[in-house]
Design a binder for this molecule. Structure first.
Ligand SMILES: NC(=O)c1ccc[n+]([C@@H]2O[C@H](COP(=O)([O-])OP(=O)(O)OC[C@H]3O[C@@H](n4cnc5c(N)ncnc54)[C@H](O)[C@@H]3O)[C@@H](O)[C@H]2O)c1
Ligand SMILES: [Zn+2]
Ligand SMILES: [Zn+2]
Length: 381
């Protein structure tokens, strides 16, 4: 279903609506409004499920932001453009951006940050420009997620929350660069700037942690220790460069002591890719005196505060946060797509499952049960 890009009309299509926190998604006929000024409407082609979707869907803290359409790791084709949009036209291939880039705010122009002040992470379930929604079911507004909401056949995003990519890149693969894989690679390359020959420890070997491993391996890290409580992660981890797999359940002592012992006093770089603030502390403790750098990527479900002994900092460690790997999405993500096309980075290996959009609840089950890395959901053609 499409409408002329000059006069776009409301589209009625299928979307997976979460009516309450943790409740199975329901396929609903939703109305998707035409794009407002500076917005675009996208026909979603593929969307994968990221842990952040599951965490937000389960969280009672966001109970008032339902009904809601989740999804933020997606690829698609521009269906229509709103007034004032010159950057995109109908038919462009795009990735959605859960943290956008306005190109003009203090952060966007700083050259130091990807935390846009205008189109940054949207937490209230609405669009940045007017705090409204673009979805409804029988006249009832449906909230957004990260101003992306890709669990819908069509979605509306701000033109700063999408990036045009090569039209020859397979959309069913590169959707992973819209969040998880880009987040991990950037944490290794841009945020930590891993040096060759160094030791790295990664807590959590989901897609994000394993993308950090891939980034560390490509930088020539000599030892990449992976920590995960799921023993099934051990085999897959080798594909991405993990040299030592550690399951904390196999030890009686705290995991940071194990890491310190096998790395001669701590790793050069440590990464928290779980979403558990206690593991941020463990990552910090697992990094070495003097120059140890702990990078935290996880989005915690509970206990948002981080606690750490001050002496960890006095002895020279740094703790750094990382959103979307520090990439400036408009300029940097197309380069990652091109690297994939040149076979310089792996994406396919992260895709453990392909399902049709209708099977979305199965994807949620797979992630909750720790059975997948990325499950790509394919929209009907
Ligand atoms: N900062 C960013 O830009 C960004 C981007 C995407 C995802 N995230 C966040 O990063 C985290 C990882 O995302 P993902 O999609 O790879 O998730 P995932 O669920 O696929 O992977 C998490 C891994 O951590 C392991 N784990 C859980 N508890 C553990 C523990 N106590 N000790 C060791 N291992 C443990 C799990 O077995 C799993 O393999 C999530 O919190 C997600 O919300 C952040
Ligand atoms: Zn994500
Ligand atoms: Zn900005």
């Amino acid at each position: 279903m499409s409408s002329s890009t000059e006069h776009p009309r409301v589209i009625t299509c299928k979307a997976a609506v979460a009516w309450g926190a943790g409740e199975a998604l329901v396929m609903e006929e939703v109305e998707v409004s035409p794009p407002h000024p500076m917005e675009i409407r996208i026909k979603v082609v593929c969307t994968s499920l990221c842990r952040s979707d599951v965490t937000a869907w389960q969280s009672q803290a966001h109970a008032s932001i339902f009904p809601r359409i989740f999804g933020h790791e997606a690829s698609g084709i521009v269906e229509s453009v709103g007034q004032g949009v010159s950057e995109f036209e109908q038919g462009d291939h795009v990735l959605t951006l859960f943290t956008g880039e306005c190109m003009s705010c203090r952060h966007c122009t700083s050259g130091k940050s990807n935390i846009c002040q205008v189109l940054g992470l949207e937490r209230r379930g609405v669009m940045h420009s007017d705090q409204g929604t673009r979805f409804s079911v029988k006249g009832r507004p449906i909230y957004h997620y990260c101003a992306v909401s890709s669990f819908s056949e069509y979605t509306v995003v701000h033109s700063g929350c999408a990036v045009k990519v090569s039209s020859v890149a397979p959309l069913e693969k590169i959707c992973l660069l819209s969040c998880g894989v880009a987040a991990g690679l950037g944490a290794a390359w841009k945020v930590a700037d891993i040096a060759g020959g160094s030791t790295v420890v990664i807590f959590g070997l989901g897609t994000v942690g394993l993308a950090v491993a891939q980034g560390a391996k490509l930088r020539g890290a000599s030892r990449i220790v992976g920590v995960d409580t799921n023993p099934e992660k051990s085999e897959k981890a080798k594909v991405f460069g993990i040299t030592d797999f550690i399951n904390p359940h196999d030890y009686d002592e705290p995991i940071q002591q194990v890491v310190k012992r096998i790395t001669d006093g701590g790793a050069d770089y440590s990464f928290e890719c779980i979403g558990d603030t206690r593991m941020i502390t463990a990552a910090l403790q697992s990094s070495c005196d003097g120059w140890g750098l702990a990078v935290t990527l996880g989005v915690p479900k509970v206990e948002p505060e981080v606690s750490a002994h001050y002496a960890l900092f006095l002895t020279g460690r740094t703790l750094k946060g990382s959103l979307l790997g520090g990439w400036k999405p408009k300029s940097d993500l197309p380069l990652l797509v091109d690297m994939y096309l040149r076979e310089e980075i792996q994406i396919d290996e992260f895709i453990t499952h392909n399902l049709s959009f209708e099977e979305i609840n199965k994807a949620f089950d797979l992630m909750k049960e720790g059975k997948c890395l990325r499950c790509v959901l394919h929209m009907p053609k």
